[in-house]
Design a protein around this ligand. Structure first.
Ligand SMILES: [Zn+2]
Length: 301
């Protein structure tokens, strides 16, 4: 059986103030759980490397990137990002961009690859938002196209929150199709218009959610045949999530992830996955939820 490429970096964790909603240690906890999992022999770990600065400027305004690097963002800009802007966060923000990009390149070679981070979909062209400094999904799509690795990229965003930043950056770009399934009554409250947006009612449960997903995947197939899918497998759709508003079970999330991977595997479209959102004060609980997409990858491929 084939090995599944996994991108990770020891520098992904960040320190956040006690009681902060963002769990800064979930990344190392996830890597740890992956290495101890019953499918660890199928996983091929790679360290993500720093990004090329000029590639970031294809995704974000130069003055914004420079103000992040110089740590001269305004108090309001920092408030919008809602994380302490320090050298640790800046370093991991650049690393995670290349982590998702490298995951996509590996997926093109192997059929599937998974990033043990990524999904910072609220970062806009010239500002960060909601725990997101730079947008790894938009960055990856734009650079895959720019460097000739793909002509058509589908960004399938199943995090419970709409990827407004991804839509902001990609909406006028040729070859990029954005699809978001998200809870209507949730952040960001001002939704953007992507290529396909599916608003879900609060407290939707497994069966209804999976039906919506099934219909959506069929509709996308009629409109767009991608060279690669960037799949944001956010687990904040879980009923116990602190910032979600849907009622999926862990079993439902696993079915969702398997359904997405099977759908594209059957069409011979490579899939690169990112973990997206997931919120709990307990890093072990949240890491356990994020295991779903990795287990699904080893099951389906
Ligand atoms: Zn989210």
């Amino acid at each position: 059986m084939a090995q599944i490429p996994i991108l990770y970096n020891d520098a992904y964790d960040i320190n956040v103030p006690i009681g902060h909603r963002f769990n800064g240690t979930k990344f190392s906890k996830l890597a740890n759980q992956l290495q101890k999992s019953d499918f660890h022999q199928r996983l091929d770990f790679h360290q993500s490397s720093p990004v090329r600065y000029q590639d970031v400027l294809r995704t974000h305004a130069v003055d914004y990137v420079q103000r992040v690097v110089d740590r001269t963002l305004s108090r309001e800009e920092v408030r919008q990002i809602n994380l302490p802007i320090n050298t640790q966060l800046i370093k991991r923000s650049f690393l995670a961009l290349n982590g998702t990009y490298t995951t996509a390149l590996k997926a093109l070679d192997e059929g599937v690859a998974c990033h043990a981070a990524g999904g910072t979909h609220h970062a806009h062209y010239s500002n960060g938002l909601g725990f997101c400094v730079f947008n790894d999904l938009a960055f990856t799509a734009l650079n895959l196209i720019e460097h000739g690795s793909a002509k058509k990229v589908l960004i399938l965003d199943l995090d419970v929150h709409q990827g407004d930043g991804t839509i902001d950056i990609c909406h006028d770009k040729n070859g990029i199709y954005t699809c978001s399934l998200h809870c209507e009554q949730n952040f960001p409250f001002q939704k953007r218009q992507g290529t396909r947006d599916v608003s879900l009612d609060s407290h939707l449960e497994d069966t209804a959610y999976l039906n919506k997903l099934h219909i959506t995947l069929k509709e996308i197939s009629k409109e767009f045949m991608p060279d690669i899918v960037l799949y944001d497998a956010g687990v904040d759709v879980f009923f116990g999530d602190q910032l979600g508003n849907l009622d999926l079970t862990l079993e439902g999330i696993f079915k969702r992830d398997c359904n997405v991977l099977e759908h594209f595997k059957n069409r011979k479209v490579p899939v690169a996955t990112v973990i997206g959102g997931g919120y709990s004060p307990c890093d072990s609980d949240i890491a356990k939820r994020h295991l779903s997409i990795f287990r699904a990858a080893t099951d389906v491929f």
